[in-house]
Design a protein around this ligand. Structure first.
Ligand code: RB5
Length: 140
């Protein structure tokens, strides 16, 4: 499994820390790009940091804010990013299989910890199917 990079704003800080512990317990290499406390900060800064690194280093990223929506809007402004805001495991599976999602966005104030970790595991373990889906991605 390749390295995962992760970031949050203050609204996603606690869920980010839980995801980091979860990934480490599975021996997955995870790098924390901030923020580093629950002090108020601006999610577009962290979305951009992770999105640019995903494009540069061809790794997967996870972004967490209060809803997951701000992070996904901001990350999707970076060319080549396919950031997917997921609140269920079916979407997490399909957005890897069909959209070749390279960033997963989660909302700490929306999705409980148990479901959020299932979404992370599903997203990380699902392969892109390619074929007709690659053609559609190339059209974006
Ligand atoms: C911060 O209060 C909140 O707006 C942010 O975490 C996120 O939910 C934005 O979409």
């Amino acid at each position: 499994m390749q390295k995962i990079i992760i970031a949050s704003d203050h609204g996603g800080y606690n869920l980010k820390q839980t995801i980091i512990s979860h990934l480490k317990s599975k021996n997955i290499d995870v790098e924390d790009y901030g923020c580093y406390s629950t002090e108020s900060c601006d999610y577009p800064i962290y979305a951009r940091l992770v999105a640019e690194e995903v494009m540069k280093s061809h790794v997967y990223g996870i972004l967490v804010c209060g809803t997951g929506i701000g992070m996904s809007i901001a990350a999707n402004k970076i060319k080549g990013i396919r950031a997917s805001h997921c609140t269920d495991t079916f979407s997490a599976k399909m957005t890897r299989a069909h959209n070749n999602s390279n960033i997963l966005c989660l909302g700490e104030r929306i999705t409980g910890v148990g479901l959020a970790l299932d979404i992370v595991d599903t997203w990380l373990s699902t392969e892109f199917e390619g074929g007709r889906h690659q053609k559609r991605i190339d059209m974006i």
